[in-house]
Design a protein around this ligand. Structure first.
Ligand SMILES: [Zn+2]
Ligand SMILES: [Zn+2]
Length: 553
């Protein structure tokens, strides 16, 4: 159980307490502890005495021990028993806190999303004290968004869940020779509504012994293969297919899809996946590439691409430290980057305007740059592999498109990532011109997470991608493919256009802690979906080439 998981349970408990009208001090104790735990660099599970953490007394310490031991604690269990479960769904509607959800529950008897939608459509929400017609519309929009995202998983979460299921399936039945990811999961879609697994068994049948989560799965057949489908408690669908070893290559190709390729494949055949593509007159291509437009007519060209891999990476750019809102110090981050085999590290803490993320004042910038100088001397003389830190910043793009420091401060950085973090309420034209103004600023080197979207949480602001990418090409600015599984922004569908325009793509973990440095792999998958080659990836430059590029020399 990670700190995040524990914090989530404590926050949920705070919300449940608020829903049941509990004492505000009690509510604050849980929400305060959740915030502290979220920010702790150290794993809670490794802490001996929890009461040494600020804001955690004896009671909370015992409750956290319970969470670590059994995933919940008494107060939460009681509250979950007392509050109708659907009220928690109501809480997840954007703009509805526990206080409002409580009013809706007590005044209108709203205990589910359906109840809420009915009440809002009938105009009854607008009549409540503290709501009004505008918040009623916001609530209806929020419900529509939630419905769109429900029952879906971000790729990283789906992959984690699929790996667990695969292991349980292997452990549960000696007959299962192999379990492979397939379908949208194997194609590395941003998010999936179904987890697909392919089982290789001697006779191509689904084993009787399935993991507990899949008990009650219904048998089916797909493409002549035996299958089983189940819906997990979380609403996620799981789809198993079984194949005998002889046709495993065909079953993998067929089940991976998408339909555009599936329809070209023969009806089952022996041999490898490559053989199946060849039999269809196609070249084998990496699963990530199979969603490009008109894929069936393009496999020969796509097969010739030298797709970027994590091994091509020299530099890890756009990361945070305790100088702004990161959990680890600059030195801890740098050491963790070096340990991962990179030869350079870009630190890009937040700029001064972003107070919520402890953005850096010009004085803090100077202090950080002095520390970078000291660390670089140390790294150069410690006998380890070559390694250096570049002084970067993630500058907020202000409302008018300008950057967040005076020129003398901007000039002191080795490179600058420009991103929007505030003022999302813009028209497409406003957002596009705000971004283009920032891209045209000579200090900007990378355009950070261009749309601000959070997958399965919020859509980004609408932008004219074509115009923004053209501006990047004109000003030799790289576009970021932010590798955080929530972001994957630039979306992979625009990577091909960036390549055509000669815009370099920077795949950045935007790490706020050392373990988040590993998020880069999700960005690599998304970039590969768009056909990105190593030579087009900013992070593949050597440290010297990156330095030259960054300084426009
Ligand atoms: Zn950012
Ligand atoms: Zn960032």
């Amino acid at each position: 159980m990670t700190n995040k998981d524990i914090a989530r349970l404590l926050k949920e408990t705070a919300a449940l307490l608020e829903l049941s009208g509990a004492n505000p001090f009690r509510i604050r104790a849980f929400s305060g502890a959740a915030r502290t735990i979220e920010r702790m660099p150290q794993r809670l599970a490794d802490v001996d005495d929890l009461t040494e953490i600020q804001g955690i007394g004896k009671g909370l310490s015992a409750q956290i021990q319970d969470i670590l031991a059994r995933g919940s604690f008494d107060v939460r269990d009681e509250l979950l028993g007392a509050v109708p479960p659907g009220v928690l769904d109501v809480l997840s509607v954007k703009g509805l806190g526990a206080k409002k959800a409580r009013v809706l529950w007590h005044e209108l008897g709203v205990t589910s999303l359906d109840d809420l939608e009915h009440a809002a459509r009938a105009g009854r929400v607008a009549e409540l004290d503290g709501f009004g017609p505008r918040s009623q519309t916001t609530i209806l929009d929020g419900i529509a968004t939630l419905r769109r995202f429900m029952g879906r998983l971000r790729l990283a979460d789906a992959a984690r869940m699929a790996a667990q299921l695969a292991e349980q399936i292997r452990d549960g039945s000696a007959a299962v020779r192999d379990v492979q990811f397939t379908g949208g999961l194997r194609r590395c879609l941003n998010d999936v509504g179904r987890v697909d697994l392919l089982l290789v068994t001697p006779d191509g049948s689904i084993p009787d012994a399935l993991p507990e989560a899949l008990q009650g799965a219904t048998k089916c057949t797909k493409g002549g293969l035996q299958g089983a489908e189940a819906v997990l408690d979380s609403g996620i669908r799981v789809h198993l297919l079984a194949t005998p070893p002889e046709t495993a290559g065909w079953a993998l190709a067929w089940s991976t899809g998408p339909d555009a390729l599936r329809s070209a494949f023969p009806d089952s055949m022996p041999g490898s996946e490559e053989d199946v593509f060849r039999a269809a007159g196609l070249s084998w291509i990496a699963p990530e590439l199979r969603d490009v437009p008109q894929v069936a007519t393009r496999t020969h060209a796509l097969a010739a691409l030298r797709l970027v891999t994590l091994d091509d990476f020299q530099g890890c750019l756009h990361n945070h430290s305790t100088y702004s809102d990161g959990a680890h110090t600059l030195e801890e981050m740098a050491i963790a980057v070096r340990e991962r085999g990179y030869t350079y590290f870009g630190i890009c803490d937040h700029s001064q305007t972003l107070r919520v993320a402890n953005g850096m004042s010009p004085q803090t910038v100077r202090r950080q740059q002095q520390e970078i100088g000291r660390l670089n001397e140390k790294f150069a003389s410690d006998g380890g592999p070559p390694f250096r830190i570049f002084s970067g910043v993630e500058s907020d793009i202000l409302a008018d498109g300008s950057l967040d420091y005076e020129d003398d401060v901007l000039a002191s950085f080795d490179f600058l990532v420009a991103s929007i973090h505030t003022g999302f309420n813009m028209t497409r034209e406003e957002a596009t011109s705000r971004l283009i103004t920032a891209v045209a600023n000579p200090y900007t080197r990378i355009l950070g997470h261009p749309t601000g979207r959070l997958i399965l949480r919020r859509d980004g602001y609408d932008i004219d991608h074509e115009a923004v990418l053209e501006a990047c090409a004109r000003h030799d600015v790289a576009v970021e493919l932010n590798a955080n599984p929530y972001r994957l922004d630039l979306d992979w569908t625009w990577v091909e256009r960036a390549r055509q325009l000669g815009v370099r793509v920077a795949i950045n973990p935007d790490a706020h802690s050392t373990d988040q440095l590993d998020l880069t792999e999700w960005g690599v998958r998304a970039a590969r979906k768009g056909g990105l080659e190593a030579s087009e990836c900013l992070n593949a430059l050597s440290a010297d080439d990156f330095a030259r590029w960054a300084s426009r020399s």
